[in-house]
Design a protein. Structure first.
Length: 306
């Protein structure tokens, strides 16, 4: 669909709403190779118990929105300079979960941008997602020039490193697209070398079966596999090891200007002992409006006990 609205106008509105990065790709930019990469990953069983990753819609964006022409990719920087205390008695929570639930923050802004788009012409269709639908968000972000998919599977941007949340809007608008981002990991293997469970089986390929972040967030089993439990290193909610060692993050991380992403005080330095014994009521109080609610209290206690 062609109307009197330009890519420049869309980007300006996105930045006005507080997005830190915005780029545009065309639906046809999703290449056969990227679909093949997903199929290889699934065939290898690297999705573990995340059955939703095999949804056919992830391999064909037109199954999500048949009339889609353009894909608007956005990013929010969530980095704060707070540091975890040293000491094996402390529990470690991934930075993404320190503050307010990113879904709530991202969805609010995406809804505003989507509504603005639809108001430009009654024929405009738009649908938004933020880690909530069968979308290859990292592939879209790379195609739209937001950043590149790194060897640890995260998207790295030149401006903020990999400390970014991704969102996307699918629309029937025909917008001018940006150039796909080039890859800049080079010969660096710090993320691969640092992973205590060897979850990065080869550059750009992560096996969830070995990933601490997967097991602490998604694994619903009563006990964690021994090879994971013995290598947790204090992680109870996600894992930032591969991001913490990344040179791009060490050099280019910038503090976010979004107050909602500032940490709740209790999330920076909890102890393993307190989380190992946390009650359901205390879990409910502490993790209100938090992405960490996906980690149920019995899972959090399990993770803290190792």
């Amino acid at each position: 669909m062609k109307v009197a609205i330009t890519s420049f106008q869309v980007k300006q509105k996105a930045l006005e709403l507080g997005f830190h990065k915005v780029g545009i790709a065309q639906a046809k930019d999703i290449t056969h190779q990227e679909v093949q990469n997903l199929r290889y990953w699934l065939d290898a069983g690297y999705q573990a118990d995340m059955a939703w990753m095999a949804n056919p819609k992830r391999q064909n964006i037109h199954l999500v929105m048949p009339e889609v022409n353009s894909l608007i990719s956005v990013a929010l920087n969530y980095y704060t300079p707070h540091q975890r205390p040293e000491g094996s008695n402390y529990a470690k929570i991934s930075r993404y979960g320190w503050g307010r639930d990113y879904h709530k923050v991202m969805h609010k802004k995406l809804k505003l941008l989507t509504t603005w788009l639809q108001l430009q012409d009654e024929g405009i269709k738009a649908r938004y997602y933020a880690d909530t639908g069968p979308i290859q968000d990292k592939v879209l972000a790379q195609s739209a020039g937001i950043g590149w998919i790194a060897k640890n599977g995260n998207v790295i941007s030149r401006e903020f490193g990999s400390w970014i949340f991704l969102g996307e809007i699918l629309t029937n608008l025909a917008l001018e697209s940006d150039r796909p981002h080039t890859e800049h990991c080079g010969t660096c293997t710090r993320c691969i070398d640092a992973c205590p469970t060897q979850a990065i089986t080869q550059p750009f390929v992560v096996d969830a079966n070995r990933c601490i972040a997967y097991h602490t967030i998604e694994n619903r089993a009563e006990k964690l596999p021994e090879e994971i439990a013995s290598n947790l290193q204090g992680w109870v909610a996600g894992c930032d090891i591969c991001q913490d060692v990344c040179p791009w993050n060490q050099r280019f991380a910038k503090e976010t200007d979004i107050p909602d992403f500032q940490p709740y005080p209790e999330n920076i330095a909890p102890t393993l002992n307190e989380l190992a014994e946390i009650s359901d009521d205390e879990w409910n109080r502490r993790f209100t409006a938090s992405a960490l609610r996906r980690i149920k209290p019995e899972m959090l206690r399990r993770n803290a006990r190792g």
